[in-house]
Design a protein around this ligand. Structure first.
Ligand code: CA
Length: 534
């Protein structure tokens, strides 16, 4: 073959290859444009009151500009609620689209391992051609399924560590140097970099450990608000009148912080066992930590609140920074338009409201999950929504966005249409809640209840028999249990009826004794899972 002919053949071959690849690219591009990428970002215990887009008493001091971007460029949802407001159970409900009594994951303490054989939305996406990955907090014991790649926190019962965290990376234990929030985002961004060019959409679960107890900020944010006194929530001095046996009988007040929470310096020369005990002092009733013996009890309460809230908000600074890095990545790679980005938390949290930290109660601060969502292809920028949505509705919504039907066993419903501004008249007007863990941690009585757009009815049934009823319009802080107020008798009767109907609808219509037995059952520990059968 002479040189001229050779060049001709090479050129025509090249031309064919280029044409063919153009053809493939065009088809794939079309396919991908109807199958969005999904980035599901979930922080741990991040209350809506600590996100500027929701407004609140910290707005002036602690802004969340990157998280807020999702509301400015997408939708802010005001009534997204958790069905069982603690870490593991909420995560299990989100993955399965089902209540705790259906997915079998009721409690953190003695809650066992999540049954990995059951249906989850990431595995469904993976089966349907999505690249899938999980980074950060998992906290469900058994090894994740349905992910091409995972790297989740081990150590401390899978709570993980803020500094030099230990991860389970695709089944291998690795220790990394640095601050958990930054590291988790680094790993997620590295994976996104590798996923973005493959001709398949991706689904990333980026689940920060922060701002979970014991609230250790990055070094650069430790002293951020040193000279400021943070404002106190209106209900900081709640006296628990009309709620004595429930809200008035917990271990989550300012008196229940331990020395480690308060970052007190231990004495020198303690053995590891002694150090552990020293740090945990404060956990038991009657143990009250005093940083300075000269403080009055009231001054001590305030000092603890200031220490707690500044550390909590400083942890969120790092979460917000890293959300910004993810959004920048999408912008730089032209992926913003076709990526559904969700920011939420596994439940809400008390930031001194009712004099508390922690969660669990069906009261507003822990029931409400922040939920900001951006998907420019479908969601109008700057929109707001107040439909009642719960965490079992997340999975069907993500699936519908990906064009996948939910299986019948999923109890939640897709709110994709609601995001597009077209809420159906049939959409749920109330939600059902059920919490089980007792007495550890924090001594919150097991309860179930119903909330609609105005009222809330709760039944605490374990070793007390207390009903509470709140008119959220007249009493948004839930200070006045109006269960015996004759003005509400009719509303209460109809809500009791609806509560029964919801228990029937969701198959949670067991006897109270059967429910108590769940609280009493030790299902095992979430510990460092060492592999084994799926
Ligand atoms: Ca949590």
């Amino acid at each position: 073959m002479n040189k001229k002919n050779y060049t001709k053949i090479v050129f025509s071959l090249l031309f064919t290859v280029v044409l063919a690849s153009c053809g493939t690219k065009a088809t794939e591009k079309k396919e991908n444009s109807v199958r969005p990428n999904i980035i599901y970002i979930m922080a741990d215990d991040h209350a809506a009151q600590a996100i500027t887009a929701y407004g609140g008493i910290y707005d002036e001091y602690a802004q969340t500009p990157n998280i807020d971007r999702l509301a400015n460029e997408g939708m802010l949802m005001n009534n997204v609620f958790c069905t069982n407001a603690i870490c593991g159970p909420s995560r299990a409900a989100i993955l399965t689209g089902k209540y705790s009594h259906k997915n079998g994951y009721y409690k953190n303490e003695s809650g066992g391992q999540f049954n990995p054989n059951q249906w989850t939305f990431p595995e469904e996406l993976q089966k349907n051609g999505y690249q899938t990955a999980l980074f950060g907090k998992w906290h469900l014991g058994s090894e994740p399924r349905g992910f091409d790649y995972f790297k989740f926190h081990e150590g401390g019962g899978q709570q993980g560590f803020y500094w030099n965290p230990v991860y389970n990376e695709n089944g291998k234990t690795v220790t990394e140097k640095g601050y958990a929030t930054n590291l988790t985002a680094n790993f997620a961004l590295e994976w996104l970099e590798s996923a973005k060019d493959k001709n398949k959409p991706f689904c990333l679960l980026l689940q920060f450990k922060a701002p979970h107890r014991n609230w250790e900020p990055d070094t650069k944010y430790v002293d951020l608000w040193e000279d400021i006194e943070m404002p106190y929530p209106e209900t900081f001095n709640d006296d628990y009148k009309t709620r004595e046996k429930t809200a008035g009988d917990t271990d989550m007040t300012m008196d229940d912080f331990n020395r480690k929470d308060m970052k007190l310096t231990p004495p020198k020369g303690l053995t590891p066992k002694e150090l552990g005990e020293w740090n945990r002092y404060g956990n038991k009733r009657g143990e009250v930590v005093y940083p300075d013996k000269n403080l009055t009890p009231e001054e001590n309460r305030r000092w603890k609140y200031q220490t707690y809230i500044k550390d909590y908000l400083a942890c969120i600074k790092s979460v917000d920074d890293n959300v910004g890095r993810v959004l920048d990545f999408l912008d730089k790679n032209g992926l913003t338009e076709n990526t559904l980005v969700i920011y939420t938390a596994d439940q809400g949290f008390y930031l001194g409201e009712h004099g508390w930290f922690d969660k669990r109660f069906m009261y507003e601060e822990s029931l409400r999950m922040p939920f900001l969502v951006r998907y420019p292809a479908k969601i109008k920028a700057g929109s707001k929504n107040s439909d009642i949505v719960t965490n079992i509705d997340f999975a069907p919504t993500i699936l519908e966005a990906a064009g996948i039907a939910k299986p019948d066993e999923v109890q939640g419903d897709s709110f994709l249409k609601n995001l597009e501004g077209e809420t159906s008249g049939e959409w749920q007007k109330s939600m059902y809640y059920h919490y089980y863990e007792f007495p550890f941690w924090h001594h919150v009585q097991p309860h179930f209840g119903i909330r609609n757009s105005r009222y809330k009815l709760i039944h605490y049934y374990y070793n007390v028999d207390v009903w509470e009823f709140f008119d959220l319009e007249k009493d948004p802080n839930e200070l006045n249990n109006a269960i015996r107020n004759p003005e509400y008798a009719e509303t209460i009767a109809s809500m009791k009826k609806e509560l029964k109907e919801l228990q029937g609808k969701y198959n949670d219509d067991k006897s109270l004794d059967e429910m108590r037995a769940i609280t009493d059952t030790d299902f095992g520990k979430v510990s460092n899972y060492k592999g084994g059968e799926h």
